[in-house]
Design a protein around this ligand. Structure first.
Ligand code: ATP
Ligand code: ZN
Length: 888
């Protein structure tokens, strides 16, 4: 087998790895923790699945932390075929548990199996080794140097035997042994069955079944004959019983008839006495009925007078007549009652009407009185207003008089505004002129005074210059004149002003008069209007009063009419009242008569009913008498019949017959039970015969079986011998093979040991038939391997593994080392000194020399690298923490 390629995804420190392997020695180097061992572990796990995990490891431990899935694919070649094993893993995100969810075994790219266990079995069969053998033979794991040499003898024996397939022989031997044991068990079983069989036959033969059977059959024949005899006896008894039964039947029938006739006679007699009692009671009822009829009749005779009839012959007609009369009297009476009710209603209506009329009358009279009072008041007002009008009139005349006195006649009064305007204008003009002149005068006076002052100072009054011969005095005199002139004019104006003042005063007075007249005339108009309206009101009142008066006359007429008709109604009602009383009395009398007539009629009906009943009762009596006669004749007939039946019986005793009968019946029953007993015995005998026949059959069968068991016993003895022989053969074969292998292994061990071991302490190693390993010192002292030093043990281990590998390569049936997996060492130089490292290199060379195709070594020892055909360097990136491999 040759490893070709390994691909890894998310395994331990690898994220992704794809590496190919060639023939020869390959050394994988790298610093501690770079991922060297991980590569070898990946190959191992790829081949054997989860079983390759070291103790205390679970799947998730080999999956790179943080990854959710992982895979390993290992490709290898073996005897011309290309194999590929794929392992896939999945990590559950929640639990963190990992599972081997894919496991495929391919041959030449064809999937052979795809299930973990099947893949494992396929690999195991192909490599002829399981994971344990793999680690013991080809894969020397780091640090596991002691396992094989320290193992217990028995385990070592199992492991080495297993590797050499010697285990198979043991397996076959065990199979042969268990087959032998199984046959032995069958033999014992067959023996005991044979013994049982013989015992059974003996018991059956001791019971002498044929003799017994003959005796039983004779007895059966006897019983059958006895049963036949009993049968004919039984027939005879049955016939006798039947004939006596017939006779008893006939006589009992006659007795039955006699009994029936007797009971009928008794019934007839009872009926007769019942009829007699009925007749008696009917006669009593007839008598009392006749008495009742007489009483009813005499009561009617006393009533005939009341309804004025001689007898009851036409009482029906009389009742009908009276009913008719009563109806008409009742109608008459109710007619009068209705009339009176009507009159009463009428009266009430008239009274209501009268009340209403009186109310109207009162209203009208009241209204007339109120209006008359209003007229009186209005006339008083009218008088006052007329007086006022007269007064206002004379006031106005007086005012006109006043105006005339002031010089204003009526017509001139209208021009008062023009006159007033003219006067006012004149007054204004005078005032203006007066003011103007007064001012001029004041001016002049000032001028004059100034001139006087200047003059008194000797200056010109006009220009203020010095007066020297001027004519000043002349000029001054002019001003004085002018002043006087103006003062005169002013006096005239003032006189005119006084006159105008008087005129203004006059005009104001006249204006007052005009105003007074106007107000008085306005008042006058108001008064006159008032008068007109009062006069109109009076007129209206008067006409209303007239209307009301007419109404009063009319209402009074109606009241009279109403009172008259009320009087009439009252007198009418008087007469109706007496009419009503009479009608009531008449009706009462008729009612009484009708009642009496009805009483008579009912009496007659009652009497008739009673008579009918009497007739019926009398018929019943007649009938009863006839029945009695019939019953008596039937009694006679039955008596005759009984006499005849007595004759027919002729003195036979039924009891005697019955006694005979029961005697025969007892005899019959005796025969039947005797037959039953015989039958039962016969049944028992048959059963017994059946049982004995069964025994005889069984005896025959047992004899046949016995023959068969004897045959089987012989056969089993032969098989047992064969198995025993086979077992010994496998045992012998194994012992021989083991001895041969141990010899070979011992030889190889010593050969490799003397090659590898350079010190001078030990002479040789021995492996005894029990697989005990012993190492001998130069002086012949034997040592157990566990007593060796660490380095010595490492050497010893390497020697042992290489020896086993070589032995396997030359084992019988093996095709040489080509079939074996590569020889793998993980850090083999640990514990070795320089000299031994050198020997190790030579050992590796030797292994290559004897034809080991691939040797895979993980080591950091440079000297090993030197002797390698191929070198891989493993590095771990400190940033990604992932390993990678490069060739060198
Ligand atoms: N499940 C895992 N996920 C991630 N990294 C892991 C896991 N298991 C192991 N490792 C890492 O893989 C690295 C390589 O370990 P490995 O045993 O292959 O080292 P080595 O090269 O053989 O070292 P040495 O020379 O010490 O034997 C270790 O440093 C470890 O941290
Ligand atoms: Zn002058």
């Amino acid at each position: 087998m040759k490893l070709k390629r390994v691909r890894v995804e998310n395994i331990r420190s690898y994220i992704d790895l794809d590496i190919s392997f060639d023939d020869g020695v390959t050394v994988v180097s790298g610093v501690n923790g770079s991922g060297k061992s991980s590569l070898l572990e990946a190959c191992f796990t790829g081949l054997f699945g989860s079983r390759a995990l070291s103790k205390d490891f679970v799947i998730s431990d080999i999956i790179r932390k943080g990854a959710t899935k992982a895979s390993i694919v290992v490709d290898f070649e073996n005897q011309g075929n290309y194999y590929s094993i794929e392992q896939g893993y999945k990590v559950d995100a929640r639990s963190g548990k990992a599972s081997n969810n894919r496991s495929v075994f391919k041959v030449n790219d064809e999937v052979m199996v795809d299930q973990a266990n099947q893949t494992y079995e396929a690999v195991k069969a192909l490599l002829k080794m399981d994971e344990e053998a793999y680690t013991n033979c080809v894969y020397i794991r780091q640090g596991e140097i002691d396992v094989l040499i320290n193992a217990k003898t028995k385990d070592r024996q199992r492991m080495i035997d297993g590797l050499l397939q010697i285990g198979k022989l043991e397996e076959y031997r065990e199979r042969a042994s268990s087959a032998r044991v199984g046959v032995g068990r069958h033999q014992r079983e067959a023996d005991s069955r044979l013994k049982d069989n013989i015992a059974d036959i003996e018991v059956l033969e001791d019971s002498k079944p044929y003799q017994l059977l003959n005796g039983l059959r004779t007895e059966v024949t006897g019983i059958e004959k006895a049963i036949l005899d009993l049968g004919s006896k039984k027939e005879r008894a049955k016939e006798l019983i039947e004939s006596i039964g017939d006779r008893i039947g006939k006589y009992s029938e006659i007795l039955e008839q006699k009994k029936k006739a007797d009971s009928e006679i008794k019934d007839f007699k009872t009926n007769i006495s019942k009829e007699h009692a009925n007749i008696e009671s009917s006669r009593d009822q007839v008598n009392s009925g006749n008495n009742d009829i007489l009483a009813l009749h005499s009561s009617n005779v006393s009533l005939f007078g009341v309804v004025e009839v001689a007898d009851g012959s036409d009482i029906e007609g009389c009742v009908t007549d009276l009913e008719k009369q009563e109806v008409s009297a009742r109608d008459g009476f109710s007619g009068v009652v209705k009339k009176r009710e009507l009159a009463l209603n009428n009266e009430a209506a008239q009274n209501n009407f009268l009340l209403n009329l009186n109310k109207q009358l009162n209203n009208s009279v009241g209204s007339i009185r109120i209006r008359n009072e209003k007229v009186v008041f209005a006339k008083n007002d009218l008088k006052k207003y007329l007086e006022d009008v007269e007064q206002i009139g004379s006031f106005i005349q007086n005012k006109y008089g006043d105006a005339k006195e002031l010089g204003f006649v009526e017509d001139k009064l209208d021009q008062i505004d023009d006159i007033s305007g003219f006067v006012n204008e004149k007054q204004t003009k005078l005032h203006g002129k007066e003011k103007e002149i007064s001012a001029t005068v004041v001016e002049l006076e000032k001028k004059i005074q100034k001139s006087k002052d200047l003059l008194s100072k000797g200056l010109c009054p006009t220009c203020g210059q010095d007066l020297q011969g001027s004519k000043v005095c002349e000029e001054n005199a002019g001003d004085e004149d002018r002043k006087t002139e103006l003062i005169n004019e002013l006096e005239l104006i003032r006189a005119d002003q006084d006159k105008i003042k008087v005129k203004v005063e006059l005009i104001r007075n006249v204006r007052d008069i005009i105003k007074a007249i106007a107000e008085a005339e306005k008042l006058l108009l108001l008064k006159k209007n008032e008068i007109t309206s009062i006069e109109k009101g009076i007129e209206e009142h008067l006409s209303s009063i007239k209307e009301e008066n007419d109404k009063v006359i009319d209402i009074e007429k109606q009241i009279d009419e109403c009172k008259r008709s009320i009087g009439e109604l009252k007198s009418g009602m008087e007469s109706l009242k007496s009419e009503e009383t009479a009608a009531q009395e008449f009706h009462g009398k008729l009612l009484h008569k009708l009642e009496v007539a009805r009483q008579i009629r009912s009496n007659i009906l009652k009497a008739r009913n009673i008579q009918n009943n009497i007739n019926r009762l009398q018929d019943g009596v007649k009938n009863g008498l006839e029945k009695i006669e019939l019953f008596e004749s039937q009694i006679n007939e039955r008596k005759q019949r009984i006499l005849k039946l007595d004759e027919a019986l002729g003195g036979v005793d039924l009891k005697e017959l019955q006694a005979d009968m029961s005697q025969y019946e007892r005899a019959y029953n005796g025969i039947v039970s005797e037959m039953g007993m015989r039958d039962m015995r016969k049944g028992e005998l048959h059963k017994e015969i059946g049982r004995i026949e069964g025994n005889i059959q069984r005896l025959n069968e047992l004899k046949i079986k016995q023959k068969m068991l004897v045959n089987k016993k012989d056969f089993l003895a032969a098989v047992y011998g064969d198995a025993e022989e086979l077992e010994t053969m496998y045992l012998r074969l194994r012992v021989e093979l083991r001895a041969k292998n141990i010899d070979a292994l011992d030889r190889l061990l010593n050969e490799i040991f003397s090659f590898m071991y350079t010190n001078n302490a030990y002479s040789h190693i021995s492996l005894d038939p029990e697989y005990n390993l012993t190492i001998y010192e130069k002086d012949g002292t034997p040592l157990e391997p566990k007593l060796l030093s660490g380095g010595e043990r490492a050497i010893f281990n390497l020697v042992l593994r290489c020896a086993i590998y070589r032995l396997l390569a030359h084992a019988p049936g093996s095709t040489g080392s080509a079939e074996l997996p590569p020889l793998i060492f993980d850090e083999p130089t640990v514990f070795l000194d320089r000299g031994h490292v050198h020997q190790l290199i030579k050992l590796i060379d030797m292994m290559r020399g004897i034809g080991v195709g691939q040797i895979l070594i993980v080591s950091h020892d440079e000297s090993l690298i030197d002797s390698a055909d191929h070198v891989f360097v493993v590095e771990k990136d400190p940033i990604t923490n992932s390993s990678s491999i490069s060739g060198k």
